[in-house]
Design a protein around this ligand. Sequence first.
Ligand SMILES: [Mg+2]
Length: 390
Amino acid sequence: MRGDVRKIIHVDMDAFFASVEELDNPAIRGKAVIVCGGLTGRGVVSSAAYEARKFGAKSAMPVFRARKLCPHGIFLEGRMERYIEVSLQLMRILKDFTPLVEPVSVDEAFLDVTEVASARPKDGGFPTSGGLPPKDFAGAEEVGRQIKRRIKEEMDLTASVGVATNKFLAKVASGMKKPDGFMVITEEEKERVLKDLPVSEILGVGRVMEKALQEMGIHTIGQLWPVSLAELVERFGKFGSSLYYLSRGIDDTPVVTEWEPKSVGRSSTFERDIKDLRVIRRQLYDLTEDVVRQLKEMDLRAKTITIKVRYSNFQTITRSITIGTPADLLSTVWHHADILLREKVELKERAVRLVGVSLSNLVQAPAVEQLHLFEEGAGLEEASTEDSKR
Ligand SMILES: [Mg+2]
């Protein structure tokens, strides 16, 4: 890393679920689209288009209340699989700029572009518009603008982008000019920008904390500055120190590139207990196909393959093999799973109630092959089916 100033970008899609619905159905574009977790009873709004926000509808609001505020709204039930599909498209675009991408949620991510935004084009780094070596934030700004442009061009959606020296400030920046916003907060500007923002802008300040601070007469971030670190720690424990530093725009938390699951797995219960090996094998094959796809989507490879068999009397056994070279090929994984089933499981005359397969001991797939995988446009709708706990 050059110098000690990082360059962090926060990307946040605008009214993501509602925007995806508008994307998929041009007839409702620009209307007061309100996506809900459920349309009846205790349903809650999960995303409101800006046209609906004008009338006060917003996320986390009960649907009945949103209907009162915005009776002309177009209320839709959320389609999580579709949003995940679009989300993966977003993450692929982001990973084109740097491998240092930390997804925060389906529509939000941090990027650490310190390195890519410093490199000169001739070094194979990020090309800048003028062909000049970018100084200070110019490179990072350019990356931020290109991210916005590509999201618009390739996804026909808008994102708000913030550029700053750390994650907290980048997130504040992306939130300041929504929707379709772009904002840079430099080290020199940070105190001026933070000063009058409500304390609830600080990561981790929820309603309870906000109230406690208000009782101290603290409503804005700037009002925290006169309070000493010792006093904040005394009042709020460990979080007091976060308050102290974040209020000053200081945040050392790194961009964490991969959320790494310990295993991926799937199992399924037969409608009735099965003795026929062919049926059991077929089911295990289908499950293996699913988990391998999931493994590839996460750019991971597995060293340990485990199968699970539950007999009709609920006795459950697992059989594992650990292989020398981490695998992400269906043929390899299935080869081992099949051997485990046929050679290590006693099936004769015993009815089987459930089979499952899981992959563990996961390692990162090499980067070159990740790109290759992306080009293939692997079907991604399985991303939500992880059920390794089952
Ligand atoms: Mg968003």
